[in-house]
Design a protein around this ligand. Sequence first.
Ligand SMILES: Cc1cc2nc3c(=O)[nH]c(=O)nc-3n(C[C@H](O)[C@H](O)[C@H](O)COP(=O)(O)O)c2cc1C
Length: 400
Amino acid sequence: MKRILLGVSGGIAAYKSAELVRLLRKQGAQVQVVMTKSAMQFISPLTFQALSGNPVHTELLDADVENAMGHISLARWADVLLIAPATANILAKLAHGLADDLLTTVYLAATCPVVVAPAMNQAMWNKAVTQENVEKLLRHGVKVMGPEQGDQACGETGYGRMTEPTAICAQLFAQTESGDSKDNHYLAGHKVLISAGPTCEPFDPVRYLTNRSSGKMGYALAQAALNAGAEVTLVSGPVALLAPVGVELIKVTTAEQMYQAVMSKAVSHSIYIGAAAVADYSPVVNQPEKIKKQAEQLTLVLQKNKDILAAVAALNDCPFTVGFAAETHDLETYARDKLTRKNLDMIAANWVGQEQGGFDSDQNALHVFWADGDKSLPMIDKTQLAEQLMALIAEQLKAV
Ligand SMILES: Cc1cc2nc3c(=O)[nH]c(=O)nc-3n(C[C@H](O)[C@H](O)[C@H](O)COP(=O)(O)O)c2cc1C
């Protein structure tokens, strides 16, 4: 990806896009900028002109542009259209196909991938109509990066901050750097479903049971599957990670929600990788009011959750199903037992506990088992480990 068309719309975060241009150019990209009228109230086109090294485009009806069809030539020029920040207004216009300025018209004319990085007040982001617009854009194939949670310029706290330029840049280039070449698309035509992260099981409005899973392995697998040319659906528990650009992200909180999301998608996918640390048990009662600190002892009664992996593997038309096993002892015995008991095609086992990789670590080692074989993948970065595991899955998938 070399030619990035950056759309800047009118939000406070527009100033961050200046840094974004700098970072994109540092990666070797050519950048052209389109600004909305509102954006120019927040930051001068001159800033973007100086940083991008190109004139900034602001007018749809521009007689100076050769043949007066700048929107078409800009759309054709771009390898990717990135809109950052994307206001609530621009999301609404894109979702409804309006084309009343240069940026929205370029969007309609673009055939390249489109990525938006929304930024707005948390209430604007949470408004049902904004969420509906975002869902619609996702359905139309637009990649949505962020927004992030945190303090906002308006003094409120919540989801609405634009993803930091460094993270936007890293994600845009992650795909190309780690093998976007068609030669590496060994999973082209496959749909891969991955569940990742922990689940949270509430027992009153402010408390829940969870675990230390960071989601890093599942997210790395999602990126590896994308790099291998697959269509990827990522069902994720609450994590502090950005989903790779290009995945369909389904956010869930509880084990039950994860079960429902995975089961609704499993049969339409050829591979399912259960990398989530799903809670085995959840509180029987979720109190509607906060539990008061009164009794000396408090007993929480837990019930066993549904087994997502076993349920997927038991489906009539089940995908190639890969499980994870995190063990503190007897790794092979437990992993092989889980493989056969749950009727899985493959299981990736790792040690957890002190001095090990596993949860929340950037590195990990895996011992992968299948019915008539096994392979050890040594302690390496989770990104590389995910690439190796994905290749192994593809190899075994071919063999069945
Ligand atoms: C000071 C100020 C800050 C604003 N910040 C945002 C913002 O961060 N996100 C947003 O969606 N709208 C924001 N707005 C509202 C947009 O500027 C407004 O909806 C505008 O019509 C957007 O136009 P555009 O989408 O064509 O750029 C802000 C407005 C003002 C006056």
